[in-house]
Design a protein. Sequence first.
Length: 312
Amino acid sequence: METNWLTDFLVLSKLGNFSQAADERNITQSAFSRRIKALETWLGTELFDRSSYPVSLTQEGQVFRATAQNVLRELELNRVEFQRRKSGTTPDIRLAASTSLALSFVPEWLQQIKAHCGPFSVSIDTYDFYEMIELLGDRKMDLVVLYYKPEVPAFFEHQEFDAIKLGSDTMHLCTALDANGRPAFDVNHPPKNGLEYIGYGQTGYFSKVEDLLFSSMTPQDPTFVRTSQSGTCEFMKRLALLDQKMLWLPACSAYDSVMAGDFALAGNGKYDTELEIWAYKKRETRSSLIETIWTLLKSDPCTSHLKKFRLL
């Protein structure tokens, strides 16, 4: 078995579409299909129900997904650790954050921290929300920065972790703009077949936030129709732009695309929701630098740059 097969499997389980999954893996659809079939042959069971669209995981596929995620994660962690040992360089801080925060929020946040605490080296990684919690608990990460919404449980063991609220963000409903620069969808005048959107994968934290948004809607609200799903904001933006769909994005992720004229806010804020940004660490840390940073964050969260992402 090749590790590429595991990545193929996870991408297809996320997207539910062979063509889109093959594009993301940068191979032809026929080659991608052969690799999925090879994995199923190696395991001796079918992982996907191909009779439905989008394709869905079989019961065996659902069980195997956790295995595939764990295997790839451990391989990546071992690879990084071995490379660090070989190079003789170990970062002062190991930090994990969601992709959207790692790309937009974290760099300037660290810059502000360094202005107070002095220079330090850092490695920044992104994983699934619940994987990051596990890595922090296993001391494989020193700090984790995540989005959080009080109404959506995060399943943190508060006796095990310390937490600080760093700031707030807004999750906006956005729509792609067409070739003429007009919104692809008008929430106030939805098409008969509904407002088509790209949703978040069911294993991610944002999928629970989406569920909360839908639970608060009334029969008078328009119908939203999910056409694809992913766990990564950056991939979702690309897909929504190509397919002319809607999606929910935190302002940190939406800002550049809205300013560039690729997306527009939709619904005048009616379907938006507020998010919080929190930092977490293991309660009993062995790093004096982490303790110094934590003491700083208690008095100054170093988030003055958040205001530049405001869109409303």
